[in-house]
Design a protein around this ligand. Structure first.
Ligand code: PHE
Ligand code: ZN
Length: 882
């Protein structure tokens, strides 16, 4: 484990590096327990640095085997080597070559950071600070070097040897059973983008001709026997490459692009230059093994990592505070890609649901932090929904404020101006200021102020004056370390909808222009008066979710139903239904807690009935309209004194009432959609499956026997994983013999496939019944489960904490204790996974007092443990901070 020291890192302490590295020559001799790494660094003093400077290189759990300077061994009194640092106090103040030899044990590396083994495969993960676990190095992103990597290994143990860049040499090592490969990456890069892979891997190959006519070899490496499951990933990659050329003018730059899928990986995937390494969950897919949602995620993540080649690799981050410079921007790009490839409205609704479920919750709790944090103890804990998803919203708001043409010009300028550099957020935003002539000073608050802005909007129609006045007030709640906030720039896209469903013209009485229907709010409170409004309009606010805010508006239930049926903005049609349902669920949760009856709301059911009757809607959109807010959504809206049992009861009752009242049209749609052609993975077919399965789920929520039988039949007869999983998921909520039969059958069918068994773990963890905790505990002893594989831990334990609000938040606190026990057991092995799991307790303060006390006690048990990793210590300290 990393040597422990409290080391807050602060943005304002940034200093340019004293030493630069021009080239790195790595010579890696792979061995299961003693891999020898010889690194030769061409160092030179940085003109900008403080001279004469000592040379201080980062390390993590390293042992130095040899050290030479310009070819001569360095006398031991001239340097100090500890596991965490190599210091040469008085290096020559001129360029020199330092050769460092270290020996590392990849088999003992359970943290999955640095050089490790996934099964028999050797692979690396260097972001954020893993390279220092391979060799001593100035392991910071503003030190960019040209790498040449020679890898040597036993031929039969590692027939495939890969690293960044282009292959320049390979062959046998004479007189031995070993062979080697030499890779050269001509593009200077930070150490976090270094990667190498060695092992027995099968490969699928394709080609791509770039817009300037260069041919690029594309290869996806997977475990033998899995080649057939790479087709979707390869297809996604080619579409992403073409899209980046068309939409952003970005062309790929090496002769080869490789993806390697491994089964032990802490995150989703990693954008190493020319050699992306993926969690195999986000590569492997076939109709029989992956759901439509899996296909969708794979496409998005393949695109995301590919897009990093320009936003992250060619232009990287000056320091880790700028993480959103690459992540927020690249999430924005992958979301736009998915929107163009599929349905824009469906993509947007999905993205906003994710943002609210993860980022809004983070922003409202003790782990809240700005999109660009100012301070961190452990950077691994800042790969968050705020940096990624809110970071993407901030980029989207720049586009909304500037318009698409100006936005593209700004991006072009960014690529032209900063190619090859390690850049900052200021430099990025400056490009948009330069091309548009706008002052984006106040806009920068989106990067520095945490918390979700709350907007209260009140509209009033004046029939006599034919005007409509919209009063808006904004506040940003206090967050850790930020008690008071400044007003932000909020791009609020709006429409005033007339009785016929058409937008009325938007003209401000004071003559100010409204560009593209967007009001730019800048003040704590302001009013907008629209003239020549001939009828009382229904306001449609924050269209397309133009700003990541909480909006409170005085819109009646009748007007919401009107918007649900008629708004020209598809996002707000969906939002109107969500708002109706949320209002009802909040009332009913409160009623049930107070021992009163839940109220029936014909209005919501009418709105949903109208959705089912609207033949013009695309099925994927209809499916989203029918999906009621989740328990976590309701808890988030309640915000304090949360009782998960009451929320569950209110939601279950509503689902059952909807299924009962709309049984006729739900059955009709189910049958209509069952007649469709054989399986096809395209978006339109996936949408039809989504709608059919949404209908089934609402019908089964009534527990009626015909619906349960239908789900059981669909489970048995499904010819694809989407329909099989959907049926099993529906059944898993019903304590009936059909459930255990289907669960047993599912395991028997797919026992050999870990990624599918993960689905089986997750489903069982989500069952909202008191027996689930014991079931989950028992499953940790299942032969298919392993605490050392992150996917298994996420599928079973993390899924329990995230998707089973009721049982995780058991009134006896046993859910918290179980998660905390797991965190403590996992922490010495894999701190990153342990810390992430612990953050599932981050919303403890919103719970009702009894659960809050139990959750706090569980957290305190973590805080009191001896020798926590920096990762877990950081999370628990922030979670408990007063
Ligand atoms: N940079 C990766 C991505 O977002 C995520 C990642 C971070 C992976 C740290 C591994 C370690 O594409
Ligand atoms: Zn990324």
């Amino acid at each position: 484990m990393r040597t422990e020291e409290a080391r807050p890192v602060r943005l304002e302490d940034y200093r340019p590096p004293d030493w630069l590295v021009e080239t790195v020559e790595l010579d890696v001799s792979l061995d299961p327990t003693a891999t020898r790494v010889r690194a030769t660094l061409a160092l030179k003093p940085n003109g900008n640095g403080a001279a004469p400077a000592p040379l201080v290189l980062d390390g993590d759990a390293l042992t130095l085997a040899a050290l030479t300077l310009d070819g001569a061994p360095l006398p031991s009194e001239q340097y100090v080597a500890t596991p965490g640092r190599l210091t040469i106090a008085q290096p020559p103040q001129r360029p020199f070559r330092l050769t460092i030899e270290t020996v590392v044990d990849p088999s003992a590396n359970t943290q999955l950071s640095g050089l490790y083994r996934s099964g028999a495969i050797y692979c690396t993960q260097c972001e954020a600070e893993g390279f220092r676990r391979i060799t001593y190095f100035p392991d910071r992103p503003d030190v960019m070097a040209v790498y040449t990597t020679r890898i040597e290994a036993e031929k039969d143990a590692a027939p495939v040897l890969l690293a960044n860049g282009n292959l320049v040499d390979s062959g046998d090592v004479p007189g031995t059973s070993r062979h080697f490969a030499v890779w050269h990456d001509p593009f200077p890069k930070p150490s976090y983008l270094f990667a190498l892979v060695g092992g027995t891997l099968a490969c699928v190959e394709d080609r791509f001709r770039t817009m300037s006519g260069r041919d690029v070899t594309l290869r996806i490496y997977v475990e033998r026997g899995k080649e057939a499951r790479c087709a979707h990933a390869m297809d996604s990659l080619k579409r992403a490459m073409r899209w980046d050329e068309t939409v952003f003018g970005r062309e790929y730059d090496l002769d080869i692009f490789m993806i390697v899928a491994v089964s032990d990986f802490n995150m989703g995937a990693m954008e190493n230059k020319g050699l992306n390494i993926f969690n195999d969950k986000y590569v492997l897919a076939s109709p029989e093994t992956a759901t439509d949602v899996d296909f969708d995620r794979i496409e998005a993540i393949i695109a995301h990592e590919y897009f990093h080649n320009w936003t992250g690799n060619r232009i990287t981050c000056r320091d880790w505070f700028q993480l959103c410079l690459k992540e927020g921007l690249t999430v924005f790009r992958d979301q736009e890609f998915s929107a163009d490839e599929r349905s824009r409205a469906v993509e947007r609704i999905g993205d906003v649901r994710g943002l609210r479920a993860h980022q809004f919750v983070e922003d409202a709790g003790p782990l809240a932090h700005p999109v660009r944090p100012r301070l961190y103890h452990e950077i691994n804990n800042f790969y968050t929904a705020t940096v990624y998803e809110k970071g993407a919203e901030v980029v989207r708001m720049i586009k909304t404020l500037l318009g698409p043409e100006s936005f593209r010009k700004g991006m072009d300028l960014y690529f032209a101006r900063h190619d090859g550099q390690a850049a900052t957020i200021e430099q990025f935003v400056q490009c948009f200021a330069d091309v548009s002539g706008r002052d984006l000073g106040q806009f920068m608050l989106w990067y520095s102020q945490a918390g979700t802005p709350e907007i209260v909007a009140t509209g009033n129609y004046d029939a006599r004056g034919r005007t409509y006045r919209l009063d808006v007030a904004q506040t940003v709640p206090a967050t850790p370390g930020q008690p008071s906030k400044e007003p932000m720039v909020i791009p609020l896209a709006i429409g005033l909808v007339g009785r016929d469903g058409r937008d009325l013209p938007l003209e401000l009485a004071d003559g100010r222009a409204i560009e593209r229907g967007v009001l730019a709010l800048t003040k704590p409170a302001e009013s907008f008066v629209f003239r020549d409004v001939g009828e009382p309009p229904v306001p449609s606010l924050n269209r397309g979710f133009s700003a990541p805010i909480k909006l409170v508006a005085n819109i009646s239930a009748d007007d919401l139903r009107f918007l649900a049926a008629r708004d020209s903005d598809a996002f707000n049609r969906w939002q109107a239904v969500q708002t109706l349902a949320t209002r009802l669920l909040l009332d009913n949760t409160a009623a049930l807690r107070a021992g009163r009856q839940a109220r029936k709301d014909a209005g919501l059911i009418d709105a949903l009935g109208a959705v089912l009757a609207d033949g013009a809607l695309e099925p994927a959109f209809m499916a989203l309209m029918l999906t009621l807010p989740g328990e976590a959504d309701i808890a988030r809206e309640i915000g304090r004194d949360v009782d998960p049992d009451a929320i569950f009861a209110a939601r279950a009752a509503l689902r059952s009432a909807v299924g009962e009242a709309l049984a006729g049209p739900l059955f009709d749609h189910y049958r209509r959609l069952s007649e469709s052609a054989p399986y096809s993975p395209d978006a339109a077919s996936a949408g039809r499956r989504a709608l059919r399965n949404a209908c089934l789920d609402l019908l089964a929520a009534t527990r009626r026997a015909d619906a349960v039988a239908l789900a059981a039949r669909q489970y048995r007869s499904a010819d694809n994983m989407t329909d099989r999983m959907a049926a099993l998921s529906t059944l898993s909520f019903i304590d009936a013999p059909e459930r255990s039969a289907a669960l047993d059958d599912f395991y028997a069918r797919y026992a050999d496939d870990p990624l599918i068994v993960d689905k089986w773990f997750s489903l069982q963890a989500a069952i909202p019944e008191p027996a689930t905790l014991d079931r989950v505990k028992a499953l940790t002893a299942h032969s298919a489960f392993s605490f050392s594989n992150p996917n298994r831990v996420r599928a079973l334990i993390h899924a329990f904490a995230l998707s089973n609000q009721k049982e995780f938040n058991r009134a006896d606190g046993a859910g918290y204790d179980f998660v905390v026990d797991t965190v403590l057991a996992l922490d010495p092995k894999n701190p990153q996974v342990a810390a992430r799991l612990l953050s599932s307790l981050k919303s403890w303060r919103v719970l009702e007092p009894a659960r809050r006390a139990l959750a706090e006690k569980a957290l305190q048990r973590v805080a009191a443990a001896s020798s926590l990793s920096p990762d877990t210590a950081d999370i628990v300290q922030r979670a408990l901070a007063k």
